[in-house]
Each structure stands twice: as C-alpha cells, then as structure tokens.
Design a protein around this ligand. Structure first.
Ligand code: MC0
Length: 141
C-alpha cells in the first residue's frame, strides 16, 4: 500500500527562516515552492532522496491565516511535525481500501498537493494521533 515516505510536513511561523535553517544545516535543496490557497499554506519542498514512484522530502508549511489547519496547529501545539505523508500508487483506490477498515477520511476526493500530486488526509485520531497524508505523485512528463 505505502511505497515510501513522501514527505514529513513541518509547521513553521516563518517559512524563509526555516528554509535557511534546513538547507544550510542539512545541506538540502529547495526543489519547489507553492502557495496552496485550498489548504491555506505557503510551502516549500526540500529534496532528500528518490524512491519508487517519486521522491522523499521535508515539507515546510507556513499558514496563510490563523484559522487554517496549520494556523490552528501552531496556536495549539507550536512549531513542529504537522503530518507524515506516504507515497501510494493510486490515491483514490488507497482511500477506498483504508476507509473500508474504519479509518475516517478528511477528504471525500483527492485534492491538489505539492508538485502536481494528488493528496488525501486521514483523521489523526484514527491513526494513533498522527495526521496522515496519502500522496500520488504527478506522473513524470
Ligand atoms: C489536529 N489534531 C492533530 C493535528 N491537528 N493531531 C495530530 N496532528 C495534527 N496535525 C488533533 C487535535 O489536537 C484534536 O485532538 C483533534 O485532532 C481534532 O482537532 P481540532 O483542533 O478539533 O480540529 P481542527 O479544526 O484543527 O482540525 C484538525 C484536522 C484538520 C486534522 C481535522 O487540520 C484537517 O482537516 N487537516 C487536513 C488538511 C491539512 O492539514 N492541510 C494543511 C497541510 P484533541 O485531543 O485536542 O481533541 S496541506 C499540505 O500538506 C499540502 C500542501 C501537501 O502536502 O501537498
């Protein structure tokens, strides 16, 4: 079902400051930046390695507003790991299989994610307290 860890999403207050820290400290390169209005974030992907069906990354997330998912998370818990995202071959099929096992889906259908991916979230309360994301990477052109 899961092919790799696609990314670890980290909530931060100042995207530029955290990009500087992660790229300088861990010698990681920013490969994409995006504002995702639907998810309420400004984000950057820092490449770690390549795996089956796509790469793995650190994703830095700055909220666009206080009432967005990441804005609320920062207010409640402060900066830190916000979610773990797993690479899957087919996000719609995987959503169906997981839902059948009683895990609540936070999305009824896949949404737009980083770098042209298709994504869906699972409820953290059903996954041991971990907000979990499924990622179907964009097909290489
Ligand atoms: C909330 N909870 C979490 C959590 N956020 N637990 C673990 N990790 C998190 N990130 C816990 C709360 O502490 C609470 O537990 C319970 O879940 C319900 O939270 P709430 O505060 O009552 O509810 P909300 O309104 O904050 O909603 C939480 C929920 C929401 C996870 C449902 O944030 C959501 O739908 N997230 C999915 C979308 C998302 O996160 N988008 C931003 C990343 P207690 O015990 O206190 O009741 S977008 C992204 O990452 C894209 C760009 C990409 O990857 O490509």
């Amino acid at each position: 079902m899961f092919m790799r860890i696609d990314h670890i999403g980290i909530a931060c207050r100042d995207l530029e400051e955290k990009i500087a820290f992660f790229s300088e400290t861990f010698e990681l390169t920013v490969v994409a930046r995006e504002v995702n209005e639907e998810q309420g974030v400004k984000e950057a992907m820092l490449h770690i390695a390549d795996g089956e069906g796509g790469g793995s990354y650190i994703q830095l997330l700055e909220p666009l507003s206080e009432d967005s998912p990441v804005g609320k998370f920062l207010a409640k818990r402060g900066e830190g790991v916000h979610h773990v995202a797993f690479g899957v071959r087919d996000v719609t099929e995987t959503m169906g299989k997981i839902h059948e096992k009683g895990v609540r889906l936070l999305d009824e259908r896949p949404r737009h994610g980083s770098m042209g991916s298709q994504i869906a979230f699972l409820h953290p309360k059903d996954v041991g307290g971990m907000l979990t994301e499924l990622v179907q990477a964009a097909k290489p052109h």
